[in-house]
Design a protein around this ligand. Structure first.
Ligand SMILES: *Cc1c(COP(=O)(O)O)cnc(C)c1O
Length: 334
C-alpha cells in the first residue's frame, strides 16, 4: 500500500493552487428567511457549490487528486466508483487533463447520472446492486486494466480539495462561527472541519446525516466502519458506506467535528422546496439536509453566524418536480 500522510492545512493550500483550473470559487449568499428562524443576531449564509461545473463540490477533490498524479499514472488512466457526483467530477477532471476515466456504478444509481458521466467523457460500467458491490468490481477492474483509483472521499488529496471550501468561506465571511455540512463518506466534512478549525479554532462544525443512511455516525459509535442496508432516499448522493478499511475520514471527523445531527426525508424535501421558493435554486436532496435541520428545529442556531454549503444540484427531474408539487400543496394547506 502506497504511503500517504494525513491531510493538513498545508495540503489544502496546495490544493487551492491546483484546482481553480477546473473548479470555481463559488458565491456566498445571505439567506434572510433562515436567518429570521434563529432570531435577533442570527445570520445564515449559503455557499453555492451547486454552481460548480458538473453541479457539485466534488470537482474540487477530484481535480486535486488527478492533478497530483505522476505522469505515468496519468497516462494509464483512472478509475472510480460513485453514486454519481464523484463520477461526474472524475470524468471532467480527467478529460480536462486529457486522460481516460472508468466509472463503476451500482444498479441503484439513476439512469440520468450514468448518461451524464458518458457526456463528460467518462466510461460508465454498471455493476452490482449496492455501492459496496460496485466498489468490489472497481477493485477487480482497476487491477486488470492497471488503472489508478481515484476514490470519492477516503483520500488525502480528495479531502484537501474539499477543504478549499473552508478557505473560501473564511475569506468571504470571516465572522462565520458555525458550519453545517452534509455527511456521507465524510471527505467533505473531514476537509472542511480540518481546514476551518486550523484557521479558526473557535468555529463549530456540525455534520448532518440522513436517517436512512447514518453510516458515519454508526461507525463512530462502533469504533469501526459498519455496513448498513441501503434504502432509497431523496438525498441519494449521501448513500454508500464509509469503506471497510476507512483510513482518513473517520479519524479526522472524530478529531475535528463538534456535533452530529440526523434529518429525515420530510426535512430533506422541505429543504429542497425552501431553496426553490426563497432562492430560486434547484438543489438536490443531499445539499438540503442542513436547511432541513434548521427548518425542523433539529439544530439551535440563535445568535450564530452559520454557513451551509449547498453541495449539489444534480436531481432526477421528475422526482424533483413531484417533490415541489407536494411541498407546494402542503404550504397552501398550512
Ligand atoms: C458526495 C456528496 C455529499 C457528501 O460528501 P461526502 O464526502 O461523501 O461526505 C454531499 N452532497 C453532495 C451533493 C454530494 O455529491
Amino acid at each position: 500500500m502506497e504511503k500517504r500522510m494525513t491531510p493538513d492545512i498545508a495540503a489544502v493550500y496546495e490544493a487551492a493552487r491546483r484546482i481553480y483550473a477546473v473548479a470555481r470559487k463559488t458565491p456566498l449568499i445571505h439567506a434572510p428567511e433562515l436567518s429570521r428562524k434563529g432570531g435577533a443576531g442570527t445570520e445564515v449564509h449559503l455557499k453555492l457549490e451547486l454552481l460548480q461545473p458538473t453541479g457539485s463540490f466534488k470537482i474540487r477533490g477530484a481535480t486535486n487528486r488527478i492533478r497530483s498524479l505522476s505522469p505515468e499514472e496519468q497516462k494509464r488512466g483512472v478509475i472510480t466508483f460513485s453514486t454519481g457526483n464523484h463520477g461526474r467530477a472524475v470524468s471532467l477532471a480527467a478529460s480536462e487533463s486529457g486522460i481516460p476515466a472508468v466509472v463503476c456504478l451500482s444498479k441503484r444509481v439513476p439512469r440520468y447520472r450514468i448518461e451524464a458521466i458518458r457526456s463528460l467523457g467518462g466510461e460508465p460500467v454498471v455493476v452490482g446492486s449496492s455501492q459496496d458491490e460496485a466498489e468490489e468490481a472497481y477493485c477487480r477492474i482497476a487491477e486488470e486494466r492497471k488503472l489508478t483509483p481515484v476514490v470519492p472521499f477516503d483520500d488525502p488529496a480528495v479531502i484537501a480539495g474539499q477543504g478549499t471550501i473552508a478557505l473560501e468561506i473564511l475569506q468571504q465571511y470571516k465572522e462565520a462561527d458555525t458550519l453545517l455540512v452534509p455527511l456521507s463518506g465524510g471527505g467533505l466534512l473531514a476537509g472542511i472541519a480540518m481546514a476551518a478549525k486550523e484557521l479558526k479554532s473557535s468555529i463549530r462544525v456540525i455534520g448532518v446525516s440522513i436517517e436512512r443512511s447514518p453510516v458515519m455516525i454508526e461507525s463512530l459509535k462502533a469504533g469501526k466502519p459498519v455496513v448498513l442496508r441501503e434504502q432509497d432516499t431523496l438525498a441519494d448522493s449521501l448513500l454508500g458506506g464509509i469503506g471497510r478499511e476507512n483510513r482518513y475520514t473517520m479519524e479526522l471527523i472524530s478529531r475535528y467535528v463538534d456535533e452530529h445531527i440526523i434529518v429525515d426525508e420530510d426535512d430533506v424535501s422541505r429543504g429542497m422546496y425552501f431553496c426553490f421558493r426563497h432562492h430560486g435554486l434547484v438543489a438536490e436532496g443531499a445539499a438540503c439536509v442542513g436547511i432541513g435541520a434548521i427548518l425542523s428545529g433539529k439544530i439551535e442556531i440563535s445568535g450564530r453566524r452559520v454557513v451551509l454549503p449547498l453541495t449539489g444540484r444534480n436531481v432526477d427531474r421528475s422526482q424533483y418536480l413531484t417533490v415541489m408539487m407536494q411541498e407546494e400543496k402542503q404550504t397552501d394547506e398550512r
